[in-house]
Design a protein around this ligand. Structure first.
Ligand code: GLA
Length: 387
């Protein structure tokens, strides 16, 4: 898009001169492997996409903040001294949460007008909310000269979502949106926030994202439920083991002590977390050695574990993954993000991509009765000003 159109729209809504506005972008993300372990102190391996959220913004001389977007009709006006969560303020609660974080840190934030536009399909598990949060942080940092570094803004964005919006997410999404690098995935240790960029050497292969179009209805409550099941498992293990997180364990130690977890469901959740963390390390090693086939196998194992042990897939994601794996040229397919709907990610031979999209699309629609969408992903850069 569409940057000129955005500026035109901004002027139409808020008035003034186009020379006085600034423009910004923050990407969405796709996670390649390492699911539901960011909040268990594990390793994740996401990358930023080349689509995301755009903003045009301009400071005001008073304390009014005005929000608008090209995606929805809702417009909201608030006073910077009265930022609170309001159900009817809908999507603007995300940026409001970020503003609150900046205010909590003592930054002198004044009024401003802002217009957003996002091209991440909503609720698709490609982090439209993290993209919106990180983007807002980048805008505030620039407009009000706050001098926060990107990792700090990543943490502030996560805090906004946890404390203001009330979704208990881990750090992965905001980190991937904030720290993305073109043609690289990020190996992130979610316990220490140490990270390493890994070149995505996918010679002859493409990352294909499949949107199941299944709305993630109960996602947030189920998500929080999984988190407490993991917490329960951890507390059981801590009776004998000196660990801070489930992902501190290797598979052998887990197997030796798993009987400490006295609930079957919690034991399964913990087993997924420990095994998934091991898979991420193996997958990144395989990729580094140019062994993309092993990488794909580990993606498959990841999905199967999320389906059988963690139970966050559902008929739509499972069907799409099943159909994806039937295509010759698919070397791995799994769900990505929180699950319960949203997107799958597959690694597909370049020459098979067209047939993949056609066949998986047809079969999925016939079985599930939803019309899916597919995106061949390009791995993009992190956020910034785009004037
Ligand atoms: C959502 C959360 C992330 C992460 C994933 C699952 O995207 O926002 O923090 O937990 O689910 O891996």
């Amino acid at each position: 898009m569409m940057q000129n159109q955005m500026v035109e729209k901004f002027i139409e809504i808020y008035g003034g001169e186009s020379s006085t506005v600034s423009q910004y972008f923050a990407p969405g993300r796709v996670n390649l492997i390492g699911e539901h372990i960011d909040y268990n102190g594990g390793f994740v391996f996401p990358c930023a996409l080349d689509f995301g959220t755009y903003a045009v913004a301009r400071k005001r001389n008073d304390s009014t903040v005005r929000f608008a977007t090209l995606n929805f009709d809702l417009k909201v006006e608030v006073d910077i001294n009265d930022i609170s969560y309001l159900e009817e303020h809908n999507w603007t609660n995300y940026p409001k949460g970020v503003i609150k974080e900046f205010l909590n840190k003592g930054h002198n934030i004044g009024g401003f007008d802002i217009l957003y536009y996002g091209n991440i399909p909503n609720g698709s598990g490609l982090s439209s909310s993290a993209s919106l949060e990180v983007l807002t942080a980048v805008v505030l940092n620039d407009l009000f000269d706050c001098k926060e570094d990107m990792i700090e803004m990543v943490k502030m964005s996560q805090k906004a979502e946890n404390q203001f919006v009330g979704v208990n997410c881990g750090i992965m999404d905001q980190f991937a949106c904030g720290m993305g690098k073109s043609n690289h995935a990020i190996l992130l240790d979610c316990e220490t926030l140490d990270y390493k960029y890994t070149p995505l050497k996918l010679d002859g292969y493409k990352i294909v994202i499949g949107n199941t179009k299944k709305r993630r209805g109960l996602a947030d409550s189920k998500y929080n439920e999984r988190r407490s099941e993991c917490q329960y498992a951890l507390e059981c293990l801590q009776k004998e083991l000196d660990i801070n997180n489930l992902c501190d364990l290797d598979m052998d130690t887990f197997d030796k002590h798993k009987s400490l977890i006295d609930k079957d469901i919690a034991r399964d959740r913990a087993k997924h977390a420990v095994a998934e963390n091991v898979r991420v390390k193996k997958a990144v090693e395989a990729l580094g050695g140019g062994d993309i086939i092993t990488f794909g196998k580990l993606m498959n194992e990841s999905h199967d574990s999320l389906r059988d042990l963690y139970e966050v897939t559902g008929i739509e994601l499972d069907t799409m993954v099943e159909e994806a794996r039937k295509i010759e040229g698919t070397i791995g397919a799994r769900m990505t993000g929180a699950g319960f709907g949203g997107c799958t990610v597959s690694i597909v031979k370049e020459e098979s991509v067209d047939i993949f999209i056609e066949e998986v699309g047809k079969k999925y629609e016939a079985r599930v009765n939803l019309k899916p969408e597919f995106y061949v992903a390009n791995v993009g850069n992190g956020p910034g000003k785009i004037n």
